[in-house]
Design a protein around this ligand. Structure first.
Ligand code: NAD
Ligand code: WQD
Length: 338
C-alpha cells in the first residue's frame, strides 16, 4: 500500500519512513531538500533494506503537486511533515513561514479531493498549548494565542484541516501534537541534522560534547520548578515515528471516531534542563561544559503531555527512556563527526 510522506528526508519524516517500510508500506517521499539531504535515503535503506521512492519537489508549487498526484494516483494515505520549523526564524520571516507551512498544506488537501482514499496525518505541536494552565496537558486544554508565526501555522493548519473535514465527510484526518522529539535511530543510520547553530537543547548538548560548540547556555534557573530550569517532555523520535504508523492504520481501518482527531504524543514525564544534562552525562560518560545564563525570550516554564488518549485510543505507548534517547543522540553525533 502506497503512502506519501512529505518532508520524508527530514528528522521525524525519515524515522517514520523507516518504520512504515518495516511494517510493509510502500513509501513515496516528497522533499525539496530545504532542510535535509538525499543521503538520508541511504540511512533508510540501511535500516529497512529498501529505498523509498523519492521525488524532489517543492510543495509550494501547486502545479508540481498536481502533476505528482497524476503520476501517483494510487496513494492511500498522506503523512504531512514538510514545513519550516524554526521558531525564532519565523518571527523574523513570518511570510516565508506562512507561505510554506500554509500553502503546502492547502495544496495537498486540494489534491486529496481527487484521491479515492482521503487519509491525512498532520504534524502539529505542543506549541499550540503555550503555557498550559494545568499539567499534564490534555488534548482538551485550550489552544493559547501563538507566541510565534511558526506556532500560528500549526494552529491555523489544524483549523484548516478541521474545517475541511467538516464539509468533506469522506476526509479522515489525525493531527498529532508532538512534545519535544529527541534522539536518533538506535542503528545510528538516521538522526537529526541541524543546519547551522542548533536552537534545540539536545543537538546543542551533543555538539558541545563533541567539541563543535564551546559551551551550552542553560537558559535560566529561576523558573518556578524544583531545580529552577524549564521542564519539557522529551520523546524518543523512534517512539514518535511508531505512533504515526499506529495513527495511519487507525485511519486505513476506519477506526477513527470522528473524521478529525487530535492526539498528544509525549512520554507523560517532564524533565528539567539540568535533568536532561545529567542524563546525557551519565550515558555519554562525559562532563558537559555548561553555564547558567538568563532566560530565553518566549520560553514557557513547563510542558508535559497527558498521554492517556494516545495510550488508550491509539493503543500506543513510548518504549524508550530519556537515557535511551540521549544515548542514541550521542552515538549519532559521534558517527556523523567521524
Ligand atoms: P525537518 O526540517 O527535519 O523536516 C522537514 C522536511 O520538510 C525537510 O526535509 C525539508 O527539506 C522539507 N520541506 C520543507 N518545506 C518543504 C516544501 N515546501 N516542499 C517539500 N519539502 C519541504 O523537521 P522535523 O523536525 O522532521 O519536523 C517535521 C514536522 O514536525 C514539521 O511540520 C514540524 O513543524 C513538526 N514538529 C517538529 C518538532 C520538532 O521539535 N522537531 C516538534 C513539533 C512539531
Ligand atoms: C528545550 C529546553 C530551553 C537550548 C521547541 C519549539 C516547539 C517545538 C519543540 C516544534 C528549554 C532549554 C535550549 C539551549 C537551553 N517544536 N535550552 N539551552 O523550546 O521546548 O520547543 O521545540 O513544534 O515549538 O519551540 O525546545 O529544545 O529549544 O528547548 O537551556 O541552548 O532547553 O530553554 O527549556 P522548546 P528546545
Amino acid at each position: 500500500m502506497k503512502i506519501l510522506v512529505t518532508g520524508g528526508l527530514g528528522y521525524i519524516g525519515s524515522h517514520t519512513t523507516a518504520e512504515l517500510q518495516s511494517e510493509g508500506f510502500e513509501v513515496v517521499i516528497i522533499d525539496n531538500l530545504s532542510n535535509s539531504s538525499v543521503k538520508v535515503l541511504d540511512g533508510i535503506e540501511a535500516i529497512t533494506g529498501k529505498r523509498p521512492i523519492f521525488e524532489k519537489l517543492d510543495l509550494r508549487i501547486k502545479s508540481d503537486v498536481s502533476d505528482f498526484f497524476k503520476r501517483h494516483n494510487d496513494i492511500k494515505g498522506i503523512i504531512h511533515f514538510a514545513a519550516y520549523k524554526a521558531v525564532g526564524e519565523s518571527v523574523n520571516e513570518p511570510l516565508m513561514y506562512y507561505e510554506n507551512n500554509i500553502n503546502s498544506l492547502v495544496y495537498l488537501l486540494q489534491e486529496m479531493k481527487e484521491l479515492d482514499q482521503k487519509n491525512f496525518i498532520f504534524s502539529s505541536s505542543c506549541t499550540v498549548y503555550g503555557q498550559a494552565d494545568e499539567l499534564p496537558i490534555t488534548e482538551d486544554a485550550p489552544v493559547k494565542p501563538a507566541e510565534s508565526p511558526y506556532g500560528n501555522t500549526k494552529q491555523i493548519g489544524e483549523q484548516i484541516i478541521k474545517d475541511t473535514c467538516y464539509v468533506n465527510t469522506d476526509f479522515n484526518s489525525i493531527a498529532l501534537r508532538y512534545f519535544n522529539p529527541i534522539g536518533a535511530h538506535p542503528s545510528a543510520h538516521l538522526g537529526e541534522l541541524p543546519i547551522g547553530v542548533p536552537q534545540n537543547l539536545v543537538p546543542y548538548i551533543t555538539q558541545t560534547a563533541i567539541g563543535m560548540r564551546e559551551q551550552l547556555s542553560v537558559f535560566g534557573d529561576d523558573y518556578p520548578t524544583p531545580d529552577g530550569t524549564c521542564i519539557r517532555d522529551y520523546i524518543h523520535v523512534v517512539d514518535l515515528a511508531k505512533a504515526h504508523v499506529v495513527a495511519l492504520n487507525r485511519l486505513l481501518d476506519n477506526k477513527n471516531s470522528t473524521n478529525f482527531e487530535v492526539f498528544n504524543l509525549g512520554t507523560g514525564k517532564g524533565s528539567s534542563v539540568l535533568e536532561a544534562i545529567q542524563s546525557f552525562e551519565k550515558v555519554s560518560k562525559t562532563k558537559l561544559n555548561y553555564k547558567i545564563v538568563g532566560r530565553r525570550e518566549g520560553d514557557i516554564t513547563a510542558a508535559f503531555a497527558d498521554t492517556t488518549k494516545a495510550n488508550q485510543i491509539l493503543g500506543w505507548q513510548t518504549e524508550s527512556s530519556l537515557d535511551d534517547a540521549m544515548d542514541s543522540a550521542w552515538r549519532w553525533e559521534q558517527k556523523i563527526r567521524t
